[in-house]
Design a binder for this molecule. Structure first.
Ligand code: UGA
Length: 461
């Protein structure tokens, strides 16, 4: 393997697979080049397969063919460059021909939320139709996109409808659990792989696709398609509930003067609970939780089942996003008119440029409504946020953003915010008022420097 790739993967703590000679290599087409599609494509090339990623967006494909990736994901550009140079990872704006040359086709297109909370399946249906019309022999069709429970059978029917008579194919549901920001390591070292399939032929092929993960002892969960689809929604809904739960605990701690970080520590050592996903904050965002919890709620309404816990978690999350703004506003005497506010952190979480459903959007909207002037900074996500708020001021460093401000709100836990020079910040601001929306700063340091501050349920002194 080339040095760059080994280095990228070593940095990420990932096992490298020796892919030079691999009898199990398959021709794989990946349709969709978003976070999931690109990561899946690059990682399957790493497994030794011959992969072509297709997208109908020719601009994206041009970028990829020129060695640039359209998203920010640590390590991904290096991997894409490496396997493109070896010609085992290719890009095409013609999904039809990619499908024709593939043995296995991964569907990794977006399923965004529509107005009534349903997943918008137009891209999925279009891909299924393209697969049907280009089916030129047996293929395994593997759904990576998060699709509503029951979509697997719809995909099968669409392919059947457009495919030549007697065509052979299988559909597998193989939900993806990677997180933005750690996508490669999540794919390469997953907690488990879920496979929903109905034939031995399909199972054998998908096992071959994932051969290195079998060799490294990753657990595989085999089930039927509808159960696999449900597992994905159950996981995201459970994690959303976990976050809303700890946010509510944090709010209780604020009222009782307990320290939520101590509560989390004490809870997390209980092996039935665990430490992960118990970080209180300004509410969850991103392209997945908000969309997926709405989609499962929509499905439950159709099925006439009342999912009270999940719907409460959604309400709690909306309130949490508002509460963060209220806390900040309170620090400034509930008068933001003509105040200069530094917003540090625009992405919905660190290590991504994704701002979809970011708590920063709610915060900025409310601050602008209250008459504030926003000075925003994020290490990566400024260009994304500029599309949402073209008229606020963006700055190239956190120290620029805080100059002369009446207050600072930290909304994303980027490393550089955790280690910021608070004494320097104090000298730059007009008034040392700070809301730590991610509990990343040391309260004793803030206090010693004379900041007026608040956080999310963490001790105040
Ligand atoms: C999430 C899941 O974690 C992945 O397993 C899943 O594959 C993905 O959705 C998906 O369905 O595609 P992602 O949205 O990339 O991944 O990001 P997370 O790290 O899960 O964070 C989601 C949101 O929850 C962020 O806004 C984050 O700040 C928030 N969060 C997370 C908290 O507020 N507290 C926590 O303890 C953890």
């Amino acid at each position: 393997m080339k040095k760059i790739c080994v280095m990228a993967l070593m940095l990420l703590g990932i096992v490298c697979f020796n892919t030079s000679v691999n009898a199990r290599a398959r021709n794989i087409g990946v349709i969709g080049t978003g976070y999931v599609g690109l990561t899946v494509g690059a990682c399957l090339a790493e497994f030794g397969h011959h992969v072509t990623c297709a997208d109908i967006d020719a601009t994206k494909i041009d970028m990829l063919n020129n060695g640039k990736i359209p998203i920010y994901e640590p390590g991904l550009e290096e991997m894409v460059t490496h396997w493109s140079t070896h010609s085992t990872l290719k890009f095409s704006s013609d999904p039809g021909s990619v499908i024709e040359s593939a043995d296995v086709v991964f569907i990794a297109v977006g399923t965004p939320m529509d107005e009534d909370g349903q997943a918008d399946l137009r891209a999925i249906r279009a891909v299924a139709k393209t697969i049907g019309t280009h089916l030129n022999g047996y293929k395994l069709i593997c759904t990576k996109s998060t699709v509503p429970i029951g979509t697997g059978s719809e995909i099968m029917s669409i392919i059947k409808k457009f495919a030549p008579a007697e065509s052979e194919f299988d559909v597998v549901s193989n939900p993806e659990f990677l997180k933005e920001g750690t996508a490669i390591s999540d794919f390469m070292q997953p907690d488990r792989v879920v496979i929903g399939c109905h034939t031995d032929r399909a199972r054998k092929i998908i096992d071959e696709v994932y051969w290195p993960l079998h060799e490294h002892g990753v657990p595989f969960v085999y089930t039927d398609i509808i159960t696999a689809e449900t597992i994905k929604y159950a996981c995201n809904a459970f994690l959303a509930v976990k976050i809303s739960f700890i946010n509510e605990m944090a709010n209780l701690c604020d009222a009782t003067l307990a320290d939520v970080l101590g509560v989390v520590k004490g809870m997390g050592y209980d092996s039935r609970i665990g430490h992960k996903f118990l970080r209180p904050g300004p509410g969850y965002g991103g392209s997945c939780f908000p969309k997926d919890v709405q989609a499962i709620l929509y499905k439950s309404r159709v099925a006439n089942v009342d999912l009270k816990v999940i719907s409460s978690a959604v309400k709690a999350n909306e309130l949490q996003k508002e509460l963060v703004f209220k806390k900040f506003s309170k620090l400034l005497g509930d008068n933001l008119a003509d105040k200069k506010i530094a917003v540090l952190g625009l992405a919905f979480k660190p290590n991504t440029d994704d701002i979809r459903y970011s708590p920063a959007i709610t915060f900025i909207t409310k601050a602008l409504e209250a008459g504030a002037h926003i000075r925003a900074y994020d290490p990566i996500a400024i260009d994304s946020m500029r599309k949402e708020f073209p008229c606020i001021d963006y700055h190239s460093s956190l120290y620029d953003a805080v100059q002369g401000v009446d207050g600072i709100a930290i909304l994303t836990e980027w490393d550089e915010f955790c280690t910021m020079d608070l004494a320097k910040v104090k000298d730059l601001v007009k008034t040392p008022i700070l809301l730590d929306g991610r509990n990343i700063l040391k309260v004793n340091e803030l206090q010693e420097l004379g900041f007026v501050y608040d956080n999310i349920g963490h001790a105040k002194v």
